[in-house]
Design a protein around this ligand. Structure first.
Ligand SMILES: NC(=O)c1ccc[n+]([C@@H]2O[C@H](COP(=O)([O-])OP(=O)(O)OC[C@H]3O[C@@H](n4cnc5c(N)ncnc54)[C@H](OP(=O)(O)O)[C@@H]3O)[C@@H](O)[C@H]2O)c1
Length: 313
């Protein structure tokens, strides 16, 4: 089925930009809903993309946005909640999904792609992030009506401007010592371009309807290995100290009260489960971390070159 008009929620984010570039086609209209169209105006370069400012938490607005749309893609999510009620994890991962499902039914949207996360589990998830993501998945499955749904459950996602290796690089730059919480946590990082390609494929393939795909990259790393790898790529000679469990908890408590929450108790609990593809419908994505990360963290990246000039001043 060639989907002509797509409404993307969360399309302005890190993964969203890869999804948009995979979906782009002159025959398609891609409506990206955002709170900040001006901030994301660079996306207008992608063929077919329109930026629409709207409040996706308002059911009447969602109904209007979904009217006449062939497919909806939901990429809205967050690891941590802020103070504003609209940023509560339950509000984003559960209440919003309920509203999306209802608007899909009312507007008879044919297709929905929903991005969740590995280990999402409404009953047994160890963190609010994983429990609410699990509840969201259950809603997608039980309230689909005529809408054909597919769920994607990636491990940690890497790529330019990702929220983890890039964040490690920033933290490493500002501190001579890096204390790694939950250093033994294992994940199989998956390239954002591979996740986006799987999603674009799913829109064309009937057999993806009703499925949940666990998405993992080709190799498993511990968190400590990823921090060391980032330090090597960015040329930062730092003391990297893996923290024992008690100290990891303390760090989570302390950083959780800082603005922007660099780490939190909820993230600590999320990291208590390895993020690996061990069950369900697994898709092993092939792009290795080592093929991409040097391009945005290494000497040849823009940041790498700027750092080289800084070191010469
Ligand atoms: N990144 C990872 O490693 C990873 C791993 C597993 C699963 N996932 C899941 O993949 C999806 C995409 O992740 P991402 O890293 O691309 O996220 P992201 O960069 O943070 O982008 C999420 C988008 O959601 C929208 N959004 C966030 N909070 C919102 C709110 N309170 N109200 C309305 N819109 C809001 C934002 O759009 P505007 O600001 O333009 O309105 C933002 O562009 C999420 O569901 C995430 O949980 C990510």
């Amino acid at each position: 089925m060639m989907v002509q008009t797509i409404c993307v929620l969360g399309g302005s984010g890190f993964l969203g930009q890869h999804v948009l570039s995979q979906l782009a086609s002159p025959q398609r209209m891609i409506n990206v809903i955002t709170r900040h169209p001006y901030r994301h105006r660079h996306l207008l370069i992608v063929p077919g993309v329109r930026l629409i400012k709207a409040d996706i938490h308002d059911p009447a607005t969602l109904n209007r946005l979904f009217s006449g749309v062939d497919a909806v893609i939901n990429l809205v999510g967050s690891f941590d909640e802020g103070r504003h009620p609209d940023t509560r994890l339950r509000h984003l991962h559960v209440d919003l999904v309920r509203k999306i499902m209802s608007a899909c039914r009312e507007q008879r949207v044919a297709r929905l792609l929903h991005v969740s996360t590995l280990n999402a589990d409404a009953s047994n998830g160890p963190s609010e992030y994983l429990r609410t993501k699990g509840e969201g998945e259950n809603l997608v499955h039980t309230q689909a009506g005529e809408t054909q749904t597919t769920i994607f459950r990636p491990s940690m996602i890497f790529g330019p401007q990702d929220g983890f290796l890039t964040e490690f690089a920033t933290l490493l730059r500002f501190s001579p010592v890096f204390f790694v919480p939950c250093p033994g946590f294992r994940c199989a990082p998956v390239f954002a371009g591979d996740v986006a390609a799987c999603m674009a494929q799913a829109l064309k393939q009937r057999h993806s309807v009703g499925k949940r795909y666990d998405l993992c990259g080709p190799k498993v790393y511990t968190l400590a290995q990823l921090v060391r790898y980032t330090a090597t790529l960015t040329g930062q000679r730092r003391l990297i100290v893996p923290l024992p469990d008690g100290a990891s908890r303390l760090q989570a408590r302390l950083l959780g009260i800082l603005p922007g929450k660099p780490f939190s108790m909820d993230r600590y609990h999320t990291l208590s489960l390895d993020s690996l593809c061990t069950s369900g419908e697994n898709t092993r994505c092939s792009t290795p971390l080592e093929a991409i990360a040097p391009k945005y963290l290494g000497d040849d990246s823009l940041e790498g070159r700027l750092n080289h000039y800084r070191s010469q001043r």
